[in-house]
Structures are given as C-alpha cells and as structure tokens.
Design a protein. Sequence first.
Length: 479
Amino acid sequence: MTDSKNSQGTPSSGAANFTAAKKDFLSFDGGVRANGVVAKPSSNNLKDFVEIEHKLLKRQKPRIPMGAGLSFGAPQFGDGVVSVDHTAFTRVLGFDDETGLVEVESGATMAHLYNFLIEKERYIVTQPGYPSITVGGCIAVDVHGKNHLRDGTCVAQVASLKLYHPAYGIIEASSEVNREVFDLTCGGYGLTGHILSAKLKTKPVTSRRMALMNLPFDDVSLTPRMLKECARNNDFVVSWHDMTASGAGFGRGFLMMGKFFPGDGSDEEKQYGGKVSLNWGLNAYSRRWPASPLLGSSYYSLPFTRFMNVFYGSMSRSSQEARTIAIYDCLQPMTRLREFYYRMFGLAGFHECQLIIPDDKFPLFLEQIEFAINRFEIPITLGSAKYFSGSPNLLRFNGSGVCFALNFPRCTAGARFIEFIDRLCLEEGFLPYIVKDSRLPLSVVEHCYGEHYHNFKKRLKAFDPERLFQSEVSRRLAL
C-alpha cells in the first residue's frame, strides 16, 4: 500500500499492486462530505483488485465499491470507509450474436457500452442519461431509463452478474441461480460486495436515427394520461414542465417523444450513431463554479429561472415538427449543455427529488407543490416526468404512477421546500428515490418503503452479518 500521506496515491518501490490515499469526498449534489480512503488497482487484473481486500482491508475496515462517483447521494463513500475504485475494469468480456447478451466488467461506462454495441447494431434499452456512469453503478442503484412502462428498471436488463465478497469469494448470481444474492445486489447500493462483471440483455437497433418530436400542453393535470398513452407507442418519452409559471400556466410544458426510424442501410443513415467520447468531463468538484457575486451561492435566482423556463419552454413548444437525431442523442440528451446547467448551481450545490406518485394522487401533488413553491419562492430549475408501471421490491425505486423530478438550489428556501416534500411523502406515501437525495431522512425512507425497507435490512444482515460494506447512505438509513 502507498503511504497515506501521499496525496497522489503513487506507488513507491516495493509497493503492492494498488494505490491508496486519503480523500475528501463530496457528493455530486454538494450535500455530503466525508473523509475516507480511495483504493485503486494498478491494472485491470483481478489479482490486483483482490489484493486490496487481503492486504489493505483484511475484513476489518469498512469498504464500499466506487464507480464514476457521479451519484447525487453518497452510496460510494463514507467517513473512515475505503472506497474501492472499479473504473480500471472496462473490458467487454463476451458477446453472443444469437442471444444479444453482452458481458462487461463493472467499470465499463454507458459510453463504453454504446461504442461496442452500436457496431453490433444493438443497444441497452434501460440506461441513465450520463455517459460516464458505470455498469456496476447502474445495477447498484437500479437505474431507470426513458420508457419505464415498456422496459422497466435496470434489473430487468441484467441476465446475471459476478459478485466478490471476502467471506464467500466470487458468487455467480441471476434470477435462477443464487436468487437471494441477485435480488439484494440489484438496487442494493453496493452493500452486498463488489460487482465484478455482468451479462446484460441488449435489443436490436432498427436504425441509428430517431425521430424526436415535441408535443406541447397547457394542462399539467393531463400528465399521467399523456405519458402513459405516448409511452406505449414510442421508444423515448419524457415530459418537461415550467414549475415557475404562475396561475393557469403552472406546470405547462411539452412531451418529448422519440421513435426509431425504419432502418434502410443508406449512407445517410450510416452517418448517424458513430462512436462517442468516453469522458464527460464533469464530477462533484468540477461542477462547482464559484458563487455568483450578484446572485449569491447559485446563479439561479428566481427571476432568472423564470426567464430561463419561459425561454426554453417557448422555444421547445413552438418546435413541433419531428426532427432527425442520432440514437445517442436520445439516450444521452444534451450532455454538454447539462455541464453548464449543473455548474450554475455554484459551490453550494443543488437538491433533486424524484417521487413516484400514483395517478389518483397526482392532482393533490400538483396542488401542494404549487402552494409550496409560491410560499418559499424557490426557483425550480427543472420539472420533468416519466411514467412508471412496476412493483416495489426491497430498496428499488419502482412502482406505478408518475415519476416526477424536481431540481432547485441548495439554499435556505430549498431546505424548507424539501422538508415540505418530506412531510408530503410521510402523509401521502409518495416514494422517493434514495440515490437522488443526499439528505433523505431515515424516517421518510422507513415509512415510504415500509416492509420492503425492513425486508432488505433483515436479508442484508443475514447475508453479511459482519456488515463489511458500509457507506454514508447505509449509515444514514441504518442498514
């Protein structure tokens, strides 16, 4: 192991085949800090990885897997925790032309997968909108994609996985083999061990082009019905809402709908969907622009956010003709623009909450959220929705209804607003996404996830009685 005083983590003469250095961790949303250690294999050799366990940890120190480190919450670090970096493990281990199954190491990113699969004319249907997020991270938080109604969450795309736990060695798990381990690992926030690799289901790409169309609406109460109907007939469906508009205009917006063109093998089609960069260039530290000298910690004042929403909403609502874009731009929309979007929250950061709201409670949700936004005068920089159709299980963010996401600055008004949302969740049972909210209280999770929370906690304790894997999330949620 390298000397912990070596901030670069550079191995010295005779050092082991990994580096380890103290690190001040920060969640992407800026809400959580911790002092821990990051350990990284010197190569993508599994022996180097296992050496970290045997020489550095020795089944004594708490540890947790770490991927790209882009989680809004903090499932990949904690005070006194050793975060084991998986980003060296990016290889594609195999591809089956008949079944379309692709086996990749856990550190492979969405960009790695896209670049490999596009040459095979295939893609992963459920993936987050960030090219640098790793396969292991997607499985650990059970991400959702652009059409949950049709595709479900990440677990539906995982055929099997290999997990390393110091007490058990390497475990192969799937819905048929070692089902208990598989269930706990998918959506288990890294608490069952190190995902080494996974076999993922892929779907044929009928074309490298997609038709993207905006459908404007003025009545936000129609959101559940519109999302549900459009999700049945499109490959990509998400709504955008102006949550800073007042009166009858509150929540107006548009649906973005994407659908594959029929493939024709033409030269015009082949120019779409080429390989993409493997680096997004944004992390928890580079995200933090200095505070605005005029506006405070965030560049998003209420007047500016209202102007921004009116401008973006008007431009998007007026563009109703279908346009042709590359498949990648639907899977990872506006990647560069979002770099500026997140940086403008400044040093203090931002809040995000994602809630699953049953259809019959959606009018109540709108009424309460509009009241709170006006009361606290909070600038909502993003209001967006998708339609979910699933069943809750353990700590997975799944259920039936509208998945509504809200972004807003981390400030005094933001703290009051998100505490209001906590109370709303406790009263109405809306399901919050654990990984999107770095300060989500145990009381809210325990109440909203109910028996699923207690079942996960009990089964995790039975699998790992020593609780070798810990993080800020697991400690805050008493797992």
